[in-house]
Write a protein that binds this ligand. Structure first.
Ligand SMILES: Nc1ncnc2c1ncn2[C@@H]1O[C@H](COP(=O)(O)OP(=O)(O)OP(=O)(O)O)[C@@H](O)[C@H]1O
Ligand SMILES: [Mg+2]
Length: 273
């Protein structure tokens, strides 16, 4: 039997390119879910440790970062830092040496299952665990897929991102099958990001996305608008909801956060491993 929290959901945020808004989505979703009464753990799986900045946290040494979790001799003590003055949102921070750990995972027994093993053997108490993935699809992302009860794919309204989404979905399915994940973590949705209504190409791709999503059999969520206030908020270590609570873009995360909090109530649990 799994020791993981019975109603905990683990959401991996995955994309096929850098800079498409993965970390922005992770952070704003975390805050929206917190406002809906969920406790959230954010795990930074990116060696570039962007979550530190987005959460206004000072960087930490490797032993106080996610590197400790993925190390061979993990002692069961998760290093977590509270974000934004609430103990309901905790961050397991990233570290540049995550790249070395990633190389080590390739040759380690159950390397792809390291994170899911940690979550099972040393469960976190949070309702939702959000995994902020790096842009490179490798061992770390495979760990994220194995640990996730569902995946979210932010998608930028650019040709490369839109045309590459089918490949990313195929890749995630292939990895899930190789790892014999039961059930295979569903892709909970595509999330168009950085949408600028003044750009004809964005409007055009946004129009095409429902068909792309339908062909892939994946739900399409409302877009997240492009706003320089996202950059300002993150530069100040805050989510936009806290930085500018009345900003209209805060509503862009509502549909997604609503669905995820409903999943928490329902419990979307992986069967025994
Ligand atoms: N909706 C938005 N409007 C304006 N700027 C945004 C928006 N979303 C993200 N950004 C900005 O774009 C940059 C990239 O966003 P983010 O770091 O969230 O992407 P990422 O996919 O996590 O990138 P990486 O691949 O480097 O991890 C950041 O400077 C961020 O503040
Ligand atoms: Mg990022």
């Amino acid at each position: 039997m799994s020791k993981q929290q019975p109603h905990q959901i683990v959401v991996g945020i995955l994309a096929n390119a850098g800079g498409v808004g993965k970390t922005t989505l992770a952070v704003h979703l975390a805050y929206d879910l917190f406002k809906r009464g969920c406790s959230v753990a954010l795990i930074d799986l990116d060696p570039q440790r962007a979550l530190d900045v987005f959460c206004g946290l000072p960087s930490v040494e490797a032993e106080n970062s996610v590197v400790r979790i993925l190390s061979k001799d993990f002692d069961g003590k998760w290093p977590l830092a509270s974000a934004w003055d609430t103990t309901k949102i905790e961050v397991c921070q990233g570290h540049p040496t995550l790249s070395q750990i990633s190389d080590d995972l390739v040759i380690r027994r159950r390397g792809e299952y390291t994170l899911v093993d940690r979550l099972h053997n040393h469960p976190l108490p949070h309702d939702v665990v959000i995994l902020d993935c790096p842009a490179t699809l490798g061992m770390i992302c495979e760990n994220a897929i194995a640990a996730s009860t569902g995946l979210l794919v932010p998608i930028q309204l650019e040709m490369k991102s839109v045309s590459g989404v089918a490949d990313l979905v195929q890749w995630a399915i292939a990895i899930s099958d190789d790892l014999q994940l039961d059930p295979r973590p569903p892709i909970l949705g595509l999330v168009p990001s950085l949408y600028d209504s003044n750009r004809a190409i964005h409007r055009q791709y946004l129009q095409q996305l429902p068909e792309v999503a339908e062909q892939l059999g994946i739900k399409l969520y409302p877009h997240i608008r492009d706003s320089s206030e996202f950059k300002n908020a993150s530069a100040n270590g805050l989510p936009l909801q806290k930085y500018r609570s009345a900003h209209p873009a805060n509503k862009d995360f509502e549909a997604l956060a609503k669905d995820l909090s409903a999943l928490v109530r329902k419990g979307l649990v992986r069967k025994g491993k």
